[in-house]
Write a new protein. Structure first.
Length: 314
C-alpha cells in the first residue's frame, strides 16, 4: 500500500482523535470555570458523592452514615429511561413524518440545540447579552449555511456543553455505568441496522448528530447534503469521500471526564480523558484491521477504557 493510500485510509481516525482532544480541552476549560460562575450567579447545585451509583431518586446512606438526597437528574434509572424514550420518539418521528416536514423540524431543533450550546459556553465567560447574540448568530449561520466545517465546529461545542452541564449532576461511576449501557445499545443498534437506518434518515434532513470528515481538503466546504449518509454507504470503504463519527462517541467520554473533574479534580479527569482516547484508538484499530473498514460501534471499547480510568483515579 502506498503512503498516500495509507494516509487516506487512516485520515478519519486522525481527524477523530483531533476532535476528541480539542473537545476534551474545551470541556476542561468550561468545567474549570463552571463552579465559580454558579457561585457568582447565586445558583446552588448540590454535589454528589463520587463513589455511589443510585438507581432511583431518593435518600442514600453512605458508609460514614451521611444521608444524601439523590434527585431524578442524578439517578441512573431515570437517565436511561429518558434516553431510550428519546430514541423511540426520534425513531417514530423519522419513520412517520413526511420528508419535507422532517427536514424543517430537525433543522429547527438542531439549530436551537447548537445555539444553546454556544450560549452555555459563552455565558460563563461573557455578559449575558453578547453571549445570547453570538449564540443566535451561530444557530442561524448553521441553518442558512450548512457546510461541513461549520457543522463540525458547532457539533463540537454542543458535545462540550452537554458534558459540562450534565457532568455536574452525576457521579463518575454513574457516568461509567450509563456509558456501558449505551455501549451495549450502540453494539446492538449497529448489528441490527437501526443505527444505519437512523443516520440515513437524518442525513436527508441535513441534521446529522455526527462529525463529518472529508478525504480531501475541498470537502470541508461541501454542503451537508453532499456528505449525506446515503452517499457514503453506497461507496466502498476505501473510496468514500466522507466518513462519519457519531456524536455520542465524543459526548459520552466527555461526560465521564467532566464528572471525574467535579469528583476528583483536574489531574484525575485528564487521566480519564487519556483512557477515553485509548478507547477511541482501539475502536479504529479494530475497524481497520479486523473489519476492513466496515462500520464499527466505538462506544464499547471506549466504555471499557473509561471504566479502567475511573477505577484508577477513584
Amino acid at each position: 500500500m502506498s503512503k498516500n493510500k495509507l494516509l487516506l485510509k487512516i485520515s478519519p481516525a486522525l481527524w477523530s482523535l483531533a476532535i476528541f482532544i480539542i473537545a476534551q480541552a474545551l470541556t476542561f476549560a468550561t468545567v474549570w470555570r463552571q463552579d465559580p460562575f454558579l457561585e457568582e450567579a447565586g445558583i446552588y447545585v448540590p454535589s454528589q458523592p463520587s463513589d455511589i451509583v443510585s438507581l432511583w431518586p431518593g435518600e442514600v446512606v453512605l458508609p460514614d452514615d451521611t444521608v444524601v438526597d439523590v434527585p431524578a437528574y442524578s439517578a441512573l434509572g431515570p437517565i436511561i429511561i429518558y434516553f431510550f424514550v428519546v430514541v423511540v420518539i426520534v425513531g417514530l418521528v423519522l419513520y412517520f413524518l413526511p420528508l419535507h416536514l422532517l427536514q424543517k423540524l430537525m433543522r429547527i431543533l438542531f439549530g436551537i440545540l447548537f445555539g444553546w450550546s454556544v450560549f452555555v459556553i459563552l455565558a460563563i465567560w461573557l455578559p449575558l447579552v453578547p453571549s445570547l447574540v453570538l449564540a443566535v448568530a451561530v444557530g442561524l449561520a448553521w441553518l442558512l449555511y450548512p457546510r461541513v466545517w461549520l457543522h463540525n465546529g458547532v457539533m463540537l461545542l454542543a458535545m462540550v456543553s452537554l458534558a459540562a452541564v450534565f457532568g455536574r449532576f452525576i457521579t463518575p461511576w454513574t457516568a461509567v455505568v450509563l456509558l456501558a449501557v449505551l455501549a451495549i445499545y450502540d453494539l446492538l443498534a449497529v448489528r441490527f441496522g437501526f443505527m444505519v437506518w437512523m443516520a440515513s434518515k437524518l442525513s436527508l434532513t441535513n441534521a446529522m448528530p455526527a462529525f463529518v470528515f472529508p478525504r480531501k481538503s475541498k470537502g470541508w466546504r461541501s454542503s451537508l447534503q453532499e456528505a449525506s449518509f446515503d452517499h457514503t454507504e453506497d461507496e466502498k470503504p476505501g473510496e468514500r469521500r466522507f466518513s462519519i463519527l457519531g456524536g455520542g462517541d465524543i459526548a459520552f467520554p466527555l461526560l465521564v471526564s467532566a464528572s471525574a473533574f467535579f469528583a476528583f479534580g483536574l489531574s484525575s479527569a485528564m487521566l480519564v480523558a487519556v483512557f477515553g482516547l485509548i478507547g477511541l484508538l482501539a475502536a479504529y484499530a479494530i475497524q481497520l484491521v479486523l473489519l476492513k473498514g466496515r462500520p464499527m460501534p466505538a462506544l464499547p471499547p471506549i466504555a471499557v477504557t473509561c471504566a479502567v480510568g475511573i477505577l484508577l483515579v477513584s
